[in-house]
Design a protein around this ligand. Structure first.
Ligand SMILES: [Fe+2]
Length: 202
């Protein structure tokens, strides 16, 4: 199996090994498709994997758990493969209908991975990364039962989503402003994780 060009050093190699060990050729192919389909989504996913892995380290996770956590970060937006590029790359405000269509990427990703991944923590991180602890998220609007992996991936996702330079959609914002916004929305996140993330990771 060849590697995915463009991975940050240290991210690709052990995840390739992880996917090999778990016989996830299909998952690997999905990632290759994503890189071709939307480089921005792919690069965002690599960044989310990296930030999530750093959180895992900070929280004292085992090496094995950190690899799984990074895999979850790498795969969290894989369902965007099902969103038309015209919508994914649309400039400016989205309509309510368009927003709802983009939100389908969560369940789409979960459904895509369900036949090829047995690790429940990875599957649930994909499914729950847009949930919020105050119940304002989607797709299920739950406030309980959100996994630790999902709580970590959501922080990395929000932060990288706000600060990443993009060629479409809204302008990226400064790291300082992103931190302030996350502080303001703290009811949605695990308090201790948010504190560690903002203090030590970014
Ligand atoms: Fe997402």
């Amino acid at each position: 199996m060849s590697g995915i060009p463009g991975y940050e050093p240290g991210i690709g190699l052990d995840l390739e090994e992880y996917f090999r060990k778990t016989q996830q050729e299909k998952v690997f192919n999905l990632l290759k498709c994503m890189k071709k389909y939307s480089l921005e989504t792919f690069e965002h996913s690599v960044a989310v994997a990296e930030l999530s892995g750093q959180m895992g380290q900070r929280l004292g996770y085992t090496e094995d758990d950190i690899v799984r956590l990074r895999a979850a970060g790498l795969l969290h937006d894989i369902g965007k493969l099902t969103i038309p590029l015209t919508l994914l790359c649309k400039k400016g405000e989205l309509t309510k209908k368009e927003r709802e269509q983009i939100q389908t990427h969560v369940l789409a990703g979960y459904t895509l991975l369900l036949p090829c991944i047995s690790d429940v923590n990875i599957l649930l991180a994909v499914r729950q990364h847009h949930e919020r602890l105050d119940g304002t998220g989607y797709p299920d609007g739950i406030s309980k039962g959100i996994t630790d992996f999902a709580k970590i991936v959501m922080l990395a996702d929000v932060y990288d989503g706000m600060t990443r330079q993009r060629t479409y959609r809204s302008e990226s914002i400064s790291e300082v402003l992103a931190k302030k916004i996350m502080e303001k929305d703290k009811a949605g996140y695990e308090g201790e994780y948010l504190r560690i993330f903002l203090k030590n990771i970014v």
